[in-house]
Design a protein around this ligand. Sequence first.
Ligand code: SAM
Ligand code: DTB
Ligand code: SF4
Length: 329
Amino acid sequence: MTNIRTDWSRDEIAALFDLPFTELLFQAATVHREFHPPEQVQLCTLLSIKTGGCPEDCGYCSQSAHYDTGVKATKLMGAQEVIAAAKRAKDAGAQRFCMGAAWRSPKDRDMDKLTDMVRGVADLGLETCMTLGMLSPEQVTKLKNAGLDFYNHNIDTSPEYYAEIASTRTMEDRLETVEHVRKGGIKVCCGGILGMGEAEADRISMLVTLATLPSHPDSVPVNLWNAVKGVPVQGKSEKVDPFALVRLVALARILMPASVVRLSAGRTGMSDELQSLCFLAGANSIFVGNQLLTTENPATWKDNDLLQRLGMHVAPAKPASRSAKIAAQ
Ligand code: SAM
Ligand code: DTB
Ligand code: SF4
């Protein structure tokens, strides 16, 4: 049985990344089936519950108020509207619902609305995830008590490259929120983005950072930068070699065997064959629906067609929460 380790060395990780492609994939696929049913993929739907106008200057993001990207700022949606969208996502086949807000951090006055959303979405029997920016330990406790399963807060890139992509927040800030989430008992969803002009060493360093946290993130989103016009990353971004993406997914799988590895943004530019290699390498979740937060995702029919042709099964739904069962009686 493969051990779950958080003591990986940078050299060990770099050596894995450099294995011959077929060997790396074999190792990753072997670890994958030890920890997960290899034919299963979890389907997540994203909803932007508060779009644009964000005070942070993340150089990749369409929602930052620092750049002219054409994204219109909106107010926080009402809880009932969000729950109705989650119901539609569930009816369309999703097992997990992720709510994202373009904030540096939530305001305390928003917390009641946010906890109503969590309760309502959990009652539908969906796994819940939120991504709202930095959280204090008190805010973590409120979300945890409402039943939030996961909190997404990405490190985005390597510690060395971070200052090149954002100046209003630091890697230390990001890691602090991740720690609050972990200590508060919410599962951590933490990953990053490829294709922002980072070097191969940065990509490896990002995985070193994730795989040597006190415990692995329960969920690791691997995003390819979804091109946005008008942001600084536009001038830095380079196409990611498809095999480098597969290697990164395989590496994430070997380093963090029990975590869900999510093939997240950037799938519109990926061929069916590339996505299947990512599944073989250990990716076991995707976002479905025609839109992510503000950028495009593959059409639903395309994803259904791909999963059907590959004979992949969707992961079982999470059992409905206790309050939903009582309501149904
Ligand atoms: N404001 C919150 C925050 O930054 O944590 C939550 C929303 S933010 C959109 C969530 C994550 O989406 C970011 O940390 C980043 O990793 C990813 N992301 C944002 N824009 C992206 C893009 N254009 N392409 C790929 N990933 C992106
Ligand atoms: C993550 O790592 N990827 C998802 C989720 N977390 C929130 C979102 C990617 C956002 C892509 C950019 C957009 O659509 O605005
Ligand atoms: Fe704001 Fe999040 Fe976008 Fe950064 S990534 S600008 S914090 S919405």
